[in-house]
Design a protein around this ligand. Structure first.
Ligand code: PLP
Length: 419
């Protein structure tokens, strides 16, 4: 199944925008992540349109796909960025984002990361604990600066997604418990090197039901009103990311309009609010494919067929990590015959699969397969396990394409090792 309009078949050949995938692979080899620039922009446009009547900043969550070429696409379209580490701050600044559009989330910010972010002049820290708040205040004081913060609330709302990617439930490590929120805002507002400016929530990832956003926003709006009554002025409501995409035929894509209404309706009577959105997956997932070459087709004695390809869990860990599903399609359609097979990689683990019991077109050794919807949480979670190098990354723009990350060499695998 392909949802992205810019990834399609033309005369049985898989195309990304105006370019044949096979042509790209002939040039760059496999495995390869290939992205469609227009798909990124189309997804972004949906969100921009849905929030056009509101004050809102879309801060692309770069953890989803962090190649600086891709970050730049969103920055050039006017986005801010959501970051979670000093490394991501470095990437963000390399992509020439306006630092006043950077929000910094995450439970474990180090002193170095906080210092660098204050010096860069980011829009705000999404603070996740009292100790973090105290640390930011101390560092702000040593830099003679007032650090802008929002408090991340753990609203105790079930995002109804995979348990490994929920973040707003009581047992999750993220945010400040509802019972402590007002007290921590009061504390922050009295700190001399903290400027309280926002409130933040992030429910989890791959939400296909937008209702939990509405539930969380009711809670957040209640806090904003209470804080305003105490003269603690909240200008930014950061709603986090999490908007899901449909990976499977039977999954219904979220209505972006409904998502926007559920977010904004609780704030109708609260003036002066700017919404911050932190989408990752929604912007990038459908824009990417991971192309692999079949190495072997192996049948066992128990009726099982394995299609063994030159990529696997080391390049795309979503299937074994949280049961992520990706449809796997041929780069050139040749046959109407369907087979059932597990598509697996070369890694020495039984968790090394891209898909189980996949219904594929008949495949043969040396065929090319494309794993779809891999533009989010694909390359960014890749590893060098078993000393495999990372895939090349390619960006297609109309009728042209360019390599945006070259394939690693064996020498690259030893980078940083001292002998
Ligand atoms: N914001 C925060 C704080 C996150 O933790 C995440 C992902 O985990 C995101 C945004 C992006 O989420 P998604 O890719 O589901 O939109």
């Amino acid at each position: 199944m392909i949802r992205a309009p810019h990834i399609y078949y033309e005369k049985n050949n898989l195309m990304v925008e105006g370019v044949m995938v096979e042509k790209i692979i002939n040039e760059v080899g496999t495995p390869a992540y290939i992205y469609s620039k227009s798909s990124f922009i189309d997804q972004l446009k949906q969100l921009k349109d849905a929030f056009k009547d509101y004050s809102a900043i879309i801060c692309y969550s770069i953890k989803a796909c962090h190649n600086t070429n891709i970050i730049k696409i969103f920055v050039n379209e006017g986005c801010g960025l959501d970051i979670v580490s000093g490394g991501e701050l470095y990437r963000a600044l390399k992509a020439s984002v306006d630092p006043r559009k950077i929000v910094y989330s995450g439970v474990g910010k180090t002193s170095r990361e906080i210092t660098e972010s204050i010096n860069a002049g980011i829009l705000m820290f999404n603070v996740e604990s009292e100790q973090e708040l105290e640390r930011i205040n101390r560092i702000g004081s040593s830099l003679n600066n007032k650090a802008p913060v929002s408090i991340r609330v753990n609203p105790g709302v079930d995002a109804k997604t995979h348990p490994y990617i929920t973040t707003g439930m009581k047992e999750n490590k993220f945010g400040i418990d509802s019972g402590k929120v007002i007290d921590i805002f009061r504390l922050a507002s009295k700190m001399s090197n903290i400027e309280v400016c926002g409130i933040d929530v992030h429910l989890g990832s791959q939400l296909l039901n937008p209702k939990p956003y509405g539930e969380a926003m009711k809670i957040i709006a209640g806090y904003v009103k209470q804080l305003k009554d105490e003269n603690i002025d909240i200008r930014y409501v950061d709603v986090g990311g999490g908007l899901g995409i449909s990976y499977k035929e039977e999954q219904q894509a979220v209505s972006v309009q409904e998502y926007a209404s559920l977010i904004t309706e609780s704030f109708i009577d609260i003036p002066g609010i700017t919404f911050i959105l932190e989408p990752g997956r929604f912007l990038t997932a459908q824009a990417g494919i991971l192309v692999a070459r079949v190495q072997y087709v192996k049948d066992n004695l128990y009726g099982k067929r394995f299609v063994i390809v030159d990529t696997g869990m080391h390049h795309l860990i979503r299937p074994p990590l949280y049961g992520g599903y990706h449809s796997i399609i041929p780069v050139r359609k040749k046959s109407d015959v369907r087979i059932k097979a597990d598509v697996v990689g070369p890694i020495c683990e039984s968790t090394d699969f891209l898909g189980k019991k996949c219904l594929l077109e008949e495949v043969y050794q040396d065929d090319l397969l494309a794993v779809t919807d891999t533009g989010a949480y694909g390359i960014v979670l890749a590893s060098h396990y078993n000393s495999h190098s990372l895939p090349v990354e390619v960006l297609v723009d109309g009728a042209g394409f360019k390599i945006i990350r070259q394939k690693e060499t064996y020498e690259d695998l030893l980078y940083g090792e001292l002998t």
